[in-house]
Design a protein around this ligand. Structure first.
Ligand SMILES: Cc1cc2nc3c(=O)[nH]c(=O)nc-3n(C[C@H](O)[C@H](O)[C@H](O)COP(=O)(O)OP(=O)(O)OC[C@H]3O[C@@H](n4cnc5c(N)ncnc54)[C@H](O)[C@@H]3O)c2cc1C
Ligand code: SF4
Ligand code: SF4
Length: 404
């Protein structure tokens, strides 16, 4: 077997996002496998032909992020946009079950109900392994609701891309921003993507923690992994609790500040620390938490009715948002773009520091991903020189010590 040069480069730089695209278009030569400490990574078992190698090199988000929708507005920190608002699903049960305001799920349900799409490709809890994720097909509102909520552990939503594209009908896709970027990039080589995927949704993404992080939550909750029947990371309220439910029906729970802040955020994979587009700039619509929080971005309240930040980024995204508002499926109020930084301070800080982190990679002679058109330089101009220097030196020190 001849190893794929692209996958070898990605592995050398620890740049994989775990999106699964290489498996999805690899014709069986690549599969995704769980690797320590709990990230999904590609495993190659046969030589890739030239077309497949080229396809992976052109769309793998570990090596290239270089396209974004053209929109009337573009912000260095928050990406392209037609409109910015806050809102929620009018279905109270969905709003409660979902991660923030249920905006993503309500738009998916609306797209199914109106026939814009025949099915949705989305990620939810693995029915067999309750701590893990599985990507599958939802064909009705009940299935969309069952998959609602954020799952802070590895997902590879594109790992079966060729299979989804070969199925009859059109579909909506939900993924992390890097998954959506990979799918947009794939559209340049595979015309089926634009023909069959009229709607791509993403959420703002602080990064994918390892499965080891989830096991630490269980340890702290005093629940044995073998006892877990279901596991929620949040949702079922806003922000909701990380909740482990045992086979006997009893459950233990932990606040979002403890589960994400104390545990999961410290287990995030390396690539996420140099992510240039964690706000879903390539999506038709991106959603996030519309909460006012502290410096680290945690909500300044215990529990409330959920509220999503929603950014329509393309004409298609604006059209479905408008249609969902008109049909009464969601309520949306406009928001000034300058408000987002108060809701997402950690996202803003990371974006402003990407350039200095890329410089650290170059100095350490590590592979440097190619980011184009995502405002990395413009974002860096908004950061003080002191903060840039600290970010550069901090990453360089960790790279040299092998602790990045
Ligand atoms: C790893 C991760 C990091 C996040 N980081 C941030 C952040 O920094 N800032 C912020 O505001 N919000 C973040 N979120 C998103 C946030 O939690 C909400 O998803 C967002 O507010 C949208 O809420 P909603 O109620 O509209 O979504 P819902 O209606 O609950 O829909 C959520 C959708 O996300 C999909 N999904 C859930 N987990 C995964 C996964 N692991 N991989 C792929 N698809 C998945 C589900 O299939 C569902 O369609 C993160 C979510 C995840 C999974
Ligand atoms: S980022 Fe995606 S396409 Fe690239 S190597 Fe990782 S799983 Fe494959
Ligand atoms: S932070 Fe960026 S690279 Fe990491 S999972 Fe989220 S979108 Fe992908």
């Amino acid at each position: 077997m001849i190893p794929s040069p692209t996958l070898a480069l990605v592995a050398r730089g620890q740049l994989c996002t775990g999106c699964g695209l290489c498996a999805g278009i690899g014709g069986g030569a690549v599969t995704m496998a769980m690797t320590e400490p709990g990230y999904l990574r590609p495993v190659q078992s046969a030589t890739l032909d030239a077309a497949r190698e080229q396809g992976i090199a052109a769309a793998c988000p570990a090596v290239t992020i270089d396209e974004r929708p053209v929109a009337p507005n573009d912000d260095a920190l928050w990406g392209p946009w037609h409109s910015v608002g806050t809102g929620y699903a009018t279905d109270a049960a969905l709003r409660h079950q979902a991660s923030s305001g249920g905006m993503i799920s309500a738009l998916l349900t609306h797209a199914l109900a109106t026939g814009l799409v025949d099915f949705v490709v989305q990620t939810g809890a693995d029915p067999v392994l309750p701590l893990a994720n599985a990507t599958g097909v939802s064909r009705d509102a009940a299935a969309v609701m069952a998959a609602a909520g954020s799952r802070y552990t590895a997902s590879a939503p594109l790992a079966e891309l060729d299979r989804w594209l070969a199925m009859p009908g059109k579909f909506a896709f939900v993924g992390k921003p890097c998954d959506v970027s990979a799918l947009r990039a794939r559209a340049r080589l595979d015309p089926r993507v634009d023909a069959k995927v009229p709607l791509m949704l993403a959420f703002f993404c602080a990064g994918i923690p390892s499965a080891a992080g989830t096991r630490r939550i269980l340890d702290r909750l005093g629940v044995a992994e073998s006892d877990v029947a279901t596991f929620r990371y949040r949702g079922d309220g806003w922000p909701g609790y990380a909740t482990a439910t045992r086979h006997d029906g009893s459950s233990e729970r932990m606040s979002y500040a403890d589960s994400w802040g104390d545990i999961l955020s410290k287990q995030v994979q390396f690539r996420c620390k140099i992510c240039p587009d964690a706000v879903g700039g390539d999506a038709d619509v991106a959603a996030a938490d519309a909460w006012y929080g502290d410096e680290r971005g945690y909500p300044s309240f215990e529990e409330q009715d959920g509220r999503s930040l929603v950014m329509a980024r393309t004409a298609a995204g604006q059209a479905i948002l408008d249609a969902a508002v008109a049909a009464g499926a969601v309520r949306v109020e406009p928001l000034a773009i300058a408000e987002i930084v108060r809701m997402q301070p950690a996202q803003a800080r990371r974006k402003r520091q990407i350039l200095s982190r890329l410089a650290a990679l170059a100095v350490a002679q590590r592979p440097v991903p190619r980011y184009r058109g995502v405002g990395v330089v413009a974002a860096a101009r908004q950061e003080s020189l002191v903060a840039q220097a600290k970010s550069f030196a901090g990453l360089l020190r960790r790279l040299v010590k092998g602790r990045a």
